[in-house]
Design a binder for this molecule. Structure first.
Ligand code: NDP
Length: 303
């Protein structure tokens, strides 16, 4: 795909985050005595989860982190999984813990996520941190909605996505007067997205499978975030001329290709900015995992 100014290139923005994080780690780890540590827990052999964990481990190393890998077979007991989480909680060198979801059937992910020490919650999915998000004060943000906000910050910044950009210094967009519509109300994406958008002063609507007149609602959005997991759900008719369109969806078609929730070709013609799939929100989710781990490390080593 040709990268034009209209395309919000998550892959490139993520690469700039990795570089900026690595620079910060290089600068601080000698002073602090150790680099950030990220524990990655994978259960079972779901190919998509394996691929995500591999990427996350690779990027973590690129950022200068020490990684701690825990790989369990699908048949692991809840107790063994909880023991591994408790071990990570106790290990001083571990600053962030990532439990790759979904867990195989029979395991209780709510209990496992709640067992993570909230101050090591690299994914921002601990119930305490999700509650603090509502009050505008979490130590970390859930990675996917956080990545979406960074893309929105870039879209409204007027700043070019150039190699000299330090994304850690990117100013938060002030979305006063803007109407943002989120399609999808999951705990992973849609719900936390509401609070992040509110913190940026947007007026927020959220749609889901029971929403009437999806098209009418979406077509009023200055910022449209599609996170439904339905290929092609959002077409040009859902998009207001000049809207910023963020496609969170990652759907694998029968022929193996990956596609988003937005019909990219037609949406591109109406959007002012739009994320591609792949190469949009996906890489930003990984970059925000690194960002969160960096923040947790900085808090721990300076406290
Ligand atoms: P969920 O299945 O948990 O939630 C989907 C949401 O979309 C639900 O709230 C559902 O409504 C709503 N929905 C489904 N169909 C429609 C419809 N026809 N019209 C309006 N709303 C609809 O999915 P996730 O939030 O976990 O993921 C959503 C998508 O984002 C998936 O494609 C997933 O792969 C992708 N994803 C991408 C990430 C990334 O890094 N890029 C990270 C996480 C997810 P209801 O609640 O009523 O059922």
């Amino acid at each position: 795909m040709e990268i034009t100014e209209k395309i919000l290139d998550g892959k490139q923005l993520a690469a700039l985050f990795h570089r900026a994080i690595q620079n910060r780690v290089d600068k601080l780890s000698a002073e602090k005595g150790r680099p950030p540590g990220l524990a990655v827990i994978l259960v079972g052999d779901n190919p998509a989860s394996r691929a995500y964990v591999k990427t996350k481990g690779k990027v973590a190393k690129k950022c200068g982190f020490k990684t701690f890998d825990y790989n369990f077979p699908a048949g692991v007991s809840q107790q063994e999984l909880l023991s591994a989480i408790h071990e990570c909680n106790r290990t001083d060198e571990v600053d962030g813990i990532l439990l790759q979801l979904p867990l195989p059937e029979g395991l209780n992910s709510e209990e496992a996520l709640s067992a993570i020490n909230p101050s090591k919650d690299a994914d921002g999915l601990h119930p305490l941190n999700q509650g603090l998000l509502m009050r505008g004060k979490p130590p970390v943000y859930p990675c996917t909605p956080f990545g979406v906000m960074k893309l929105i910050d870039l879209a409204f910044s007027g700043v070019a996505l150039a190699p000299e950009l330090d994304p850690l210094e990117l100013k938060e967009a002030d979305l006063s007067g803007k109407h943002a519509v989120i399609v999808g109300r999951s705990i992973l994406v849609g719900k936390p997205q509401i609070f992040l958008l509110l913190e940026h002063n947007a007026t927020v609507s959220i749609a889901h499978s029971r929403t009437a007149n999806l098209k009418e609602l979406c077509s009023k959005a200055d910022i449209l975030i599609a996170a439904a997991g339905v290929p092609g759900l959002i077409g040009a008719e859902h998009i207001k001329q000049g809207a910023v369109v963020i496609d969170v969806g990652i759907n694998r078609l029968e022929d193996g290709t990956l596609t988003g929730d937005v019909d990219f070709e037609s949406a591109y013609l109406k959007a002012s900015k739009i994320t591609p799939v792949p190469g949009g929100v996906g890489p930003m989710t990984v970059a925000m995992l690194m960002h969160n781990t960096l923040s947790l490390w900085e808090r721990r080593v300076s406290s």
